[in-house]
Design a protein around this ligand. Structure first.
Ligand code: ZN
Ligand code: ZN
Length: 376
């Protein structure tokens, strides 16, 4: 029996196909067209690379679904979890038109849902092959499924959270005065792979004034004594699930105001993670942290939304943002990552992934949220 903690969480894929069809029918969609990416991975377990040749799951509301693959990809598709599902794998030869092939196999369709990440050239070729049909985005239907994680998916996210925590726990090995952000970032990337990920998704090391730029790219800036450093890192595990966690470090004694700013931020982030429970809306959760930060006078310096859903992609539904009245439900997983950024001086962000449970929230990142002081 496979180790339950490493087996891919795809036991329910046929069920996922069925539920996707039900939701599509309810949305007035006659067929879903899903090209390589997280949606295809979620529905079939098939992790295909997005290439110029068409690979596409065609999921009609009526009739048998089929997975269209280029002939040279067929062996890969046949050995993927997709082969175990109630769908037909149809391969097309180099000289065939796969869009015409899809059209001949489909029943009459008035409305097709194309996955949100489908390349424009593919969506337009489908439009030409299915004249008279109307295209809508499949995202609203598929995100309804993907944003509610199964217990297996929560377990996979918990495992990813533990993996990125182990990297943060080792930060003192790399984060030292005299080294450049790029050197530090390279070591972190190696550790992300060594600590249970198969892919490095991003490494942000923002030191000194660079800590005030939320999505700072690694630079050749040399880290100095007294620098605050924002480290925001994430990767993808073998099961396909993503990690994402931010912690703040300081090398020696930080500027006095930085400590004050950090205390405010920590209070806001704690209040938000403590407030996660079913029924609270995304905008209410956003406001809880924003109010703390605004009261302390840093409102305009909290430049972004509170967080984003996470799963097979680092950023997905639900977004924790003002204007979203979506109530949280058990199984929803998202980041809680308020930040305060004083342009040109310094900034801070604290980020945990939290899963909404039946009676509250579970934080998947467990390293200390305090400002970590390393030797200056
Ligand atoms: Zn992050
Ligand atoms: Zn994030």
């Amino acid at each position: 029996m496979p180790d339950p903690d490493t087996s891919p969480p795809f036991t329910a894929s046929s069920d996922r196909l069925r539920r996707a069809r039900e939701l599509a029918a309810r949305a007035g969609i006659d067929a879903l067209l899903v090209s390589p990416g997280a949606d295809l991975h979620y529905l079939t377990g098939y992790r295909a690379a997005p290439l110029e040749r068409l690979t596409c799951l065609v999921l009609p509301v009526e009739g048998r679904p089929f997975l269209l693959v280029p002939a040279l990809e067929e062996p890969a598709a046949q050995t993927s979890p997709a082969a175990g599902l109630d769908l037909e794998i149809v391969s097309w030869q180099e000289t065939q038109d796969p869009y015409a092939l899809a059209a001949t196999r489909l029943p009459a369709v008035a409305t097709v849902g194309v996955d949100n990440r489908m390349w424009a050239e593919k969506a337009m070729a489908f439009q030409a092959a299915l004249p008279g049909s109307r295209q809508v985005l499949a995202g609203p239907v598929l995100s309804e499924l993907r944003m509610r994680k199964s217990p297996q998916e929560v377990r996979a996210l918990r495992q990813a959270g533990g993996a990125i925590d182990r990297v943060h726990a080792r930060m003192a090995e790399w984060l030292r005065v005299g080294r450049t952000e790029r050197e530090i970032g390279r070591d972190i990337a190696e550790a992300i792979l060594a600590e249970g990920h198969v892919q490095v998704d991003f490494v942000i090391v923002g030191s000194g004034p660079n800590s005030a730029s939320p999505h700072h790219e690694l630079s050749d800036r040399v880290v100095r004594a007294g620098d605050p450093v924002v480290v925001d890192i994430g990767g993808t595990t073998a099961a396909g699930y993503c990690s994402d966690s931010t912690r703040c470090y300081v090398l020696g004694e930080p500027p006095a105001e930085y400590r004050r700013l950090y205390e405010v931020l920590l209070r806001a982030q704690r209040a938000q993670t403590d407030a996660v429970r079913p029924g609270i809306t995304a905008e209410e959760l956003d406001a809880i942290g924003r109010d703390v930060i605004t009261t302390a006078g840093y409102g305009p310096q909290f430049l972004h939304r509170t967080g984003h859903g996470i799963g097979l992609e680092t950023h997905e539904e639900p977004y924790i943002v003002a204007g979203s009245a979506r109530p949280l439900e058990p199984g929803m997983a998202f980041s809680v990552e308020p930040g305060i950024y004083l342009a040109g001086r310094y900034g801070a962000r604290i980020e945990d992934i939290v899963v909404c449970t039946s009676d509250g929230g579970e934080r998947l990142n467990r390293t200390s949220r305090d400002l970590t002081v390393l030797p200056g």
